[in-house]
Each structure stands twice: as structure tokens, then as C-alpha cells.
Design a protein around this ligand. Structure first.
Ligand SMILES: C[S@@+](CC[C@H](N)C(=O)[O-])C[C@H]1O[C@@H](n2cnc3c(N)ncnc32)[C@H](O)[C@@H]1O
Length: 249
């Protein structure tokens, strides 16, 4: 009998959702049945604060984020609108992201997210490079990519090679990167999966937590990505991070 139950569970791709070092929150039980692999939640990182109220679930960018991640809803028209939206904010963008509460989640991810500083790194949606310098504190082999040319123009030129490109169709060969970083950036699962090497790592950071306009909960990021992953996550400052490692190619 037990074998039959186990077979049924496995054939329906139900996965055991393992949470350690944290009491299970039964309010999140429905999402725990998603095939998301194994997720470890660490204790809070430095300076956790409740993010200022900024973008609720009805925010248009929140809807776009979900549609892109789960329905592949991205075309030339949407790309042009998003590029224009962010391009128009480029002049003030670097100053906006240079906020210790917001950057705490990136710093904590780099410290506790089991990342390897070596290897090749891609920052997708790097914006005006306001966070890129956190990566460049160490000698990283890094490329910064953004859809909006104006963002790249405002980024410091000496941080990393800057590439204008669309993450829905990345201008890189398969298996190019060991680590891809997304800070408040749309998730394009198939392309990220394609350019990450087997055993590669994806870092997802929302610097305003669930108030980030481009926000997905960690369980949804793990569910959206093809293949098998393990993840580790924590809150820090006003945000949270998720570091995912692919378990097979
Ligand atoms: C909310 S901003 C975040 C910028 C930066 N990561 C930060 O936290 O300051 C999102 C960035 O993603 C870029 N972006 C949006 N869609 C993109 C796409 N399909 N490919 C590459 N970049 C994209 C935007 O141009 C913008 O610079």
C-alpha cells in the first residue's frame, strides 16, 4: 500500500518541500505542494526591516513579471515598452538603488548564498550598475546586460563589460555562465536555463521584498525554472534573496 501511494505521489511530480531551521508556516501549505525541489530557509540576515509600501499585487509590473515567468508573455511590443519605461528612469536610477536597506539583501546573498566568486557571471537587468559594484568588490568575470541602452549609458564604464540585450533571447552560447544574478529583474526561465552551465547557480533578489514591482516569491521562482534545483533563501534589510543550484543538466 505504502509503495502504491509513493508511486502515485512521484508520478504526479509532487515533491517533498524541505524546510530547515524554520518552523513550517501552514499558511503557505498550498504552495508547498508545488514541484519546487528543496528549499532551505536561513535565519534572517542583517538589518531586516519591513519594506515601505510600494507595489502591491495589482501593480502592472507585478502582473507582467508573472506572465513572463509562467506564460512566456513577451514580444517586441512589450520589450519596447519596458525598455522605454526604464530608459526614462535611467538618470536617477543609480542613486535610487544605492540604499543600504535595499542593498543588504544583495550583500547577504553574496555572503551566505553559497556562491562561488570564481567562474563566469552574468547580471541580467543590471540597470545603471548601482548594484554591480557590489559584485566587482571581488575579481569576478562578469558581464552586465540590460535591455535599456540609457541604463547602460549611465552605468560606470569600468565596472564590467556592458551588453545591450534582451533576456528573452540572450546573446550568449549555451552553458556560458556559472552564476546569473537577477536583482528586481524579470525571470525568463528557458533562457536562463540555457545559458547556465550544469550545476550553475541562479541568484534572485527582491530588494523591497514583496513590495518590489518585479516580484515573485521564492517558491514561484523555483517552480518556474525548468529542471531540478535546490535553493537557499533568507531575508536581509528590506528584501530577500534566493540562491538556486541546478541539480542536473
Ligand atoms: C527594476 S530595474 C532593476 C535594475 C537593477 N537590477 C537594480 O536593481 O537597480 C529592471 C531592469 O531590468 C531591465 N530589463 C527589463 N526587461 C529586460 C529584458 N527583457 N532583458 C534585459 N533587461 C531587462 C530594465 O531595463 C531595467 O534596467
Amino acid at each position: 500500500m505504502a509503495d502504491r501511494v509513493l508511486d502515485a505521489v512521484m508520478s504526479n511530480r509532487f515533491w517533498v518541500f524541505l524546510i530547515t531551521r524554520q518552523v513550517v508556516d501552514f499558511n503557505s501549505w498550498p504552495t508547498m505542494c508545488h514541484p519546487v525541489g528543496v528549499l532551505e530557509t536561513l535565519t534572517d540576515g542583517p538589518g531586516v526591516v519591513i519594506p515601505e509600501s510600494f507595489a502591491n499585487a495589482d501593480h502592472p509590473m507585478r502582473k507582467v513579471t508573472r506572465q513572463v515567468a509562467f506564460d512566456g508573455a513577451w514580444d517586441a511590443e512589450r520589450a519596447a515598452k519596458v525598455a522605454s519605461l526604464f530608459g526614462g528612469m535611467a538618470p536617477e536610477w543609480a542613486a535610487r538603488s544605492a540604499n543600504p536597506d535595499r542593498q543588504a539583501s544583495i550583500v547577504d546573498a553574496l555572503g551566505r548564498g553559497q556562491v562561488d566568486c570564481g567562474g563566469t557571471w552574468l547580471e541580467c537587468g543590471s540597470g545603471a550598475g548601482g548594484n554591480t559594484h557590489l559584485l566587482c568588490d571581488q575579481d569576478r568575470n562578469l558581464v552586465a546586460l540590460d535591455l535599456a541602452k540609457e541604463m547602460l549609458v549611465h552605468a560606470p564604464p569600468d565596472l564590467a563589460p556592458r551588453v545591450q540585450g534582451d533576456s528573452s533571447s540572450l546573446p550568449f552560447a549555451d552553458d556560458t555562465f556559472d552564476t546569473v544574478l537577477l536583482v528586481n529583474m524579470l525571470l525568463f526561465p528557458q533562457e536562463l536555463d540555457r545559458v547556465l552551465r550544469p550545476g550553475g547557480r541562479l541568484l534572485w533578489v527582491n530588494t523591497l521584498g514583496d513590495q518590489t514591482p518585479i516580484h515573485l516569491p521564492v517558491e514561484d521562482v523555483m517552480e518556474a525554472m525548468p529542471g531540478d534545483w535546490t535553493g537557499v533563501t533568507a531575508k536581509a534589510g528590506s528584501g530577500f534573496w534566493l540562491s538556486m543550484e541546478r541539480q542536473n543538466s
